[in-house]
Design a protein around this ligand. Structure first.
Ligand SMILES: [Zn+2]
Length: 623
């Protein structure tokens, strides 16, 4: 009882406000935010935002439209309801809603605090079109777990993003926070409340908090303390099940990075979904500077879960290099409701994805052949996007058409741009320098707190490397000339050949030949701009064709799924009849499905290469 008593006092002290508060203006902060995770009904959390006194006549309160790393406009304001502003006498004030994410208060000098309820995203993903990607989403499951991606909960006042925040969270007993946000220990009597401090609003957004019944494993990689926290709905997995693989992988990552030292701690927050209609469906992860939120299905077997964690976390962890240590003003002073996007996705995502593959061959986790195979797969996947689209233009306009639909190419061509650049710098420096060296130079010059100017970065890179690097950027990154990878691979004694490979009928591995057109009643069409397999080509199907029917069955998103399933049982003589719509006309094709193959690239080492080239290749892959 005593503890509770102290707790109430502490909260009252921390959260106390009233007329006297007029003495403290908002300018220095902190903005106090109170979140109640105890009194939760209908998966809604009550949030109170209490700023210092405003001296301006009117103020806008905003919830983010978009956050760093998602590259999509998600309107987190749509999950807010019952917003009320109170004056210092405790009376509700007039609030006008300017858009889905913005509320305007005209008598700002009278404003004491704002109160509202937050709905979570996981249980409505199924119903909403363009649902928030689960790792950026929120979950409110009373007494079980709370995924607090704080951009869904905590707003900011226009013009006051650079002031400190104090976050006070009342939590159910038995649940514990996992986060990289700075926790303040005020009094051991605060048993059911946690207090966190952020130096500015960015830190609030950059540090998700995951409340669960504690299931954590902590280990050291180099000087970094890594904590893995898990929520597994049926208890099928524990953090200890994944610890060894994570520890081995991240130790290898740290060995690869060497002395890049951007953070002292790193949190992996893993949410495993039941995959039911009311649970998370967007699997993968979202990076933050010193943590990552990972969402995966609980039902997959341990070896696949481990592999998914290796693939996802190795990428996210390398984000401690960029953007954490190397980023531009656009990211440092991110505008959550009218974002200016940086030109350098080739680096933020491309370098990160390239390192996530290179470190594995570098540290002996995979063979050279496997590394070549991965780069080759990226070349083939990149064919699904516009190869003649300037990467810097795409990056700056990534929230808009036609750039938005090319976003995923940052993980394919983005990585290959870095491979070619790495090879070029290795060649010019006799193997001594590469992209990792470059990133170390940039991170020494800039670092966590010093953003670069977006349009000066390439000049800077050229100035510390070679004139050929400028040509490379001008042609292939700023310009729209596709890269001839064979030229770069040849410098390393490798050839790029076309070979015929087995394929599925509708999928090559996990990548489908077909897609859904959401703007055309979910029509199923054959993807354009990609290499089709012998099944489609043999029948005379072309990229862009809409599949109207297969063997008389009308095709839509529902009916195509079982047909894809059945196709795994088809033999070469299975007959098929497709009704296609091409340029507004109906075309019918039919014939035997055959044995599907596809022409793909293959990277092979040349047998007799000079010792010089061998040494260069070694420096690239093992240096
Ligand atoms: Zn990334």
């Amino acid at each position: 009882m005593k503890k509770v008593f102290f707790y109430v006092i502490a909260i009252a002290f921390l959260y106390g406000c009233g007329a006297g508060k007029n003495l403290t203006t908002i300018d220095k902060g902190p903005v106090q935010v109170f979140m109640d995770l105890v009194n939760v009904t209908n998966d809604q959390v009550k949030v109170i935002v209490d700023p210092g006194a405003f001296t301006v006549g009117q103020i806008s309160f905003r919830i983010p439209k978009t956050v760093p790393g998602t590259y999509s406009a998600d309107d987190y304001g749509q999950y807010i309801e019952g917003l009320v502003a109170y004056d210092y006498s405790g009376n509700p004030m007039q609030v006008s809603k300017l858009d889905v994410n913005t509320w305007n208060i005209s008598n700002a000098t009278m404003l004491d605090k704002i109160s509202y309820f937050v709905n979570d995203t996981y249980d409505t993903e199924n119903e909403v079109e363009d649902a928030v990607f689960s790792p950026a989403g929120t979950n409110i499951e009373k007494d079980s777990n709370y995924m607090l991606n704080l951009h869904g909960f905590v707003g900011y006042f226009d013009g006051y993003k650079e002031i400190p925040y104090r976050l006070i969270i009342e939590k159910p007993s038995g649940l514990e926070a996992a986060t990289s946000l700075n926790q303040v220990v005020l009094d051991d009597a605060i048993e059911n409340g946690d207090v966190f401090m952020a130096n500015r609003y960015f830190e609030i957004i950059d540090n998700p908090i995951f409340y669960t019944k504690p299931d954590k494993e902590t280990f050291k990689v180099g000087g970094i303390e890594v904590t893995l926290s898990i929520f597994s709905p049926t208890g099928a997995y524990r953090a200890s099940d994944l610890r060894n693989r994570m520890e081995g992988m991240m130790s290898a990552q740290k060995a690869f990075l060497g002395d890049i030292d951007a953070t002292k701690r790193y949190n992996i927050l893993l949410y495993l979904s039941t995959m039911e209609d009311t649970d998370a469906r967007g699997f993968g992860a979202l990076e933050h500077h010193t943590s990552t939120v990972v969402v995966l299905p609980e039902a997959i077997p341990q070896d696949r879960l481990e592999q998914a964690m290796v693939d996802v976390v190795s990428h996210e962890f390398f984000h401690i290099v960029t953007p954490l240590s190397v980023h531009s003003n656009e990211i440092h002073y991110f505008d959550y409701n009218d974002p200016k996007m940086s030109q350098h996705l080739w680096m933020y995502e491309g370098t990160t994805e390239y390192f996530a593959n290179l470190f594995q061959v570098h540290e002996g986790l995979i063979e050279e052949a496997e590394f070549y195979e991965r780069m080759r797969t990226k070349m083939d996947n990149a064919k699904g996007y516009d190869d003649a689209m300037s990467f810097t233009t795409m990056s700056m306009n990534i929230l808009e058409a036609p750039y938005e639909s090319n976003y995923a190419n940052v993980y394919e061509k983005g990585a290959l741009i870095n491979m070619a650049l790495d090879i070029l710098i290795r060649e010019k420096s006799n193997g001594e320098k590469g992209v990792l060296w470059l990133m170390k130079e940039l991170s020494n010059k800039y670092g966590v707190d010093a953003p670069f100017e977006d349009d000066k970065l390439i000049d800077e890179i050229v100035s510390i490397t070679y004139p050929e690097v400028r040509d490379f950027f001008n042609k292939h990154v700023i310009g729209n000339t596709p890269i001839d990878y064979s030229i770069y691979l040849a410098k390393m004694g490798l050839t790029l050949n076309e070979v015929e490979e087995q394929s599925g009928y509708f999928l090559q591995g996990e990548i489908p030949y077909i897609d859904v057109d959401q703007s055309n009643n979910d029509a199923i069409f054959v993807r354009k701009g990609i290499e089709l397999n012998s099944f489609f080509k043999g029948l005379g199907v072309q990229g862009g064709d809409v599949i109207k029917s297969i063997n008389g069955t009308a095709i839509n998103l529902e009916s195509i799924r079982p047909i894809i399933g059945q196709s795994f049982g088809w033999g070469p003589d299975t007959m098929i009849k497709l009704e296609l719509e091409r340029d507004g006309e109906v075309v019918t094709v039919e014939g035997a499905v055959g044995t599907p193959t596809i022409v793909v690239n293959k990277i092979t080492p040349i047998e007799d290469v000079s010792d010089e080239i061998k040494a260069l290749r070694n420096a690239w892959l093992k240096g």
